[in-house]
Write a protein that binds this ligand. Sequence first.
Ligand code: GDP
Length: 291
Amino acid sequence: MIATFGRRFALALADGSEVPARVKGRRLEPVCGDLVDAVPLPNEPDWMIVAVLPRENELTRPDLRGRIEVLAANLDALIVVTADLPSPDWFIVDRYLCAAELMRAAPAVVFNKIDLGKPQASSERALEEYRAIGYPTLRMSALEGTPLEALLAFLEGRRGIFVGQSGVGKSSLINRLIERSVLPTAAVSAKRREGRHTTVSSVQVALPHGGAVIDSPGVRDYAPAVTDPADVAHGYREIAEAARGCRFANCRHLREPQCEVKARVATGSISARRYESYKRLLALGERLSRA
Ligand code: GDP
């Protein structure tokens, strides 16, 4: 599934060709990234989607009525975009990274707008923290299109999405990638007309080397809600790793004795900022789950 326009879809077939499609009945709700079974319809260009195959993972958010809405499926990579303008909120970055860990999508942090100058000291520190715990960090300028190769290499063979605060440059980066996309597909050219007549809710752009990016307004605005304390601990990878050394298996790393996480924060091998961020997300999750 490569594009959705309301109840109209575009499919990429196994041979790489692209066909328009609709869906049988109201029950099936395919999203970008889905693998589907579809059959050609006699005497029309459309294909009929008859089944959505089981998903590896889903990017979800509650809709206005509190139901869970699936924005995209089968994501291999989640790229968190940051910049010094607007003023960065590293707690939000941590929340996205936590969501990526829980989805088992490969995370990366892009620091965009380097054409404006070097990252400020606090951003340098945060980027260094991410690099130290194993997240690829890329410094880029979507404006100048550099260095796009590193981003393309990260996305090689992966289906990825861009998330991050509004104004950091997600659309600009995606536009740069579209310029490099393998085929200017119908879905993508429809996207270029977006805002005029076609409303594309979601589109997957194929990249060189077999990777792809999914773009949609919903995905760009996505803010993860993590409420389960076990999920929060799992989503901070250096905390999850240290937790194996804690005396108590259910240690929350707050006031428990013989806590390896707090010991590592004290020696500086876990960043105090990341630990504070973990505690804040834990508290937020508790508030949300009580609400
Ligand atoms: P989004 O809300 O994350 O999708 O951000 P946009 O792509 O819409 O970009 C927000 C603003 O930042 C726009 O005015 C862009 O022109 C600008 N912008 C995006 N990337 C860069 C960049 O690399 N350098 C500079 N200087 N400005 C950028």
